[in-house]
Design a protein around this ligand. Sequence first.
Ligand code: HAM
Length: 393
Amino acid sequence: MERRREIEKRMRKIAESFGYREVATPTFEYLELFTRKSGEGIIEEMYVFKDKSGRDLALRPELTAPVMRMFVNECSVMPKPLRFYYFANCFRYERPQKGRYREFWQFGVELIGSESYLADAEVIILADKILKDVGVNFSLEIGHVGIMRHLLKPIGEDRASKVMRLIDKGDREGLESYLAEIRVNEDLRDKIFSLLELKGDESVIEEAKEIIDYDFGHLESLSALLRDVGVDFTLNLGIARGLDYYTGVVFECYAEGLGAQKQVCGGGSYELSSLFGGPVTPSTGFAIGFDRVCEACSVEAGEKSVVAVVSFKGLESQAFRVASMLRERGFTAVVDVMGRNLKKQMSFASEMGAKYAVILGPDEVKSGRVAIKNLETQEQVVVAEEELFSILQ
Ligand code: HAM
């Protein structure tokens, strides 16, 4: 747990250094919040239940929709952009396997109120910085669902969503047969397959221009800015994302060494505010799969050294007093609560990895002194109580 806390602490620190403020939303929401736009994939995976009044509720599978609901209810008149971050548990009824859990944690951000490529740039730079800081070896891929959705306009929104889902799953055969089923003409079919194969440096934008008449300015400006600030990425126009609400730039990070569940971060731009009754508010964000990052990253928990205060029988209140003094000076101090004799207290102190034992015997207490034993070197000194802190430091 200490290691997880250390990783969380670093993530929070970086998000806050970018001006993001923490928000918290309820663990469950009305089911409708997620069925409106999150997409079939997520709906199938939700924990859904009825409350005592028969209302349909769901455990949150993610936090973008809840944060946008909160934005619409409480913050839509606040000056834009708004920068929010969260660290929370999510629930998805998926087949559990390594790196895929039914309860998992996300560290995410939402940057609300800008449609500029600068907003996408900021969240990508932030995700990149967080993953680098915690020592994850990862690759970053950036796509744009608006391009594929534009190409798919002739088949209608519902069918387009199904196509996007098949692309996201990497199910090329399924895609082929679905396109045949809905009688997509050969020209469009070829364009879809050509577009989703486009992966590489900025030259793929030139190739995409051959396939589709679209304004690539946003993606071009974003790519140029990210190169300028030294973010390493690959463009991948085949990224579709599992959630339906994305409208433009999307991105994913894949960590080395995690096997099938290697996606440690996913995000992109979307518009959910108007769907929840608020003003049209373009937004962008990402969520990091915290449990996967903990698997993949190199952060070690900081070792906090413990001081064991051990005492003869009858000197318990002295032990509590000295421990309290130590804690006030920032040490982690533990006292015996088992009623053990001195010898057993000493051996427990060694077993739990305490670095020092502060020993209180009748003679020491009488003369206002304490014995300090270094449990690593076994050296022992007797000092006046006031000198205790300087020796332990
Ligand atoms: P997502 O890609 O569904 O996006 O989830 C984000 C990350 O959560 C994934 O990249 C993955 O690391 C982690 N994750 C997802 N499912 C599981 C699971 N069952 N077990 C462990 N980790 C998992 C979203 O949720 C969007 N709300 C991200 C976003 C924020 N887009 C815009 N703003």
